[in-house]
Write a protein that binds this ligand. Structure first.
Ligand SMILES: [Zn+2]
Length: 88
């Protein structure tokens, strides 16, 4: 993972270029969330954290972030609760 890029506070994707940032209601750039999670001021996904993790397993494996699905789930379950969207 590219740790110097800001990560989406919903799905943890690194936002390495402007086009990957979400958009606010007025069309301006949202610094906290990615283009997949946050569009026009609204979240595109409104399931639970566990559902989001399941959704992220395959793309993470495709990108080689984690070696296998079990490791991916375990790491994300530890890490996701620290993201703004999932914080108590
Ligand atoms: Zn996201």
């Amino acid at each position: 993972m590219m740790m110097n890029a800001p990560i989406c506070q919903c799905c943890a994707m690194p936002m390495t270029e402007d086009s990957l940032f979400g958009t606010n209601k007025d069309g301006s750039k949202n610094e906290d969330y990615c283009a997949y999670c946050f569009k026009g001021g609204e979240f595109t996904f409104d399931g639970t954290m566990d559902e989001m993790i399941e959704f992220c397993v395959q793309p993470c494996l495709d990108n080689g972030v984690y070696p296998d699905a079990d490791t991916a789930r375990k790491s994300m379950k530890e890490f996701f609760p620290s993201l703004k969207r999932w914080k108590g």
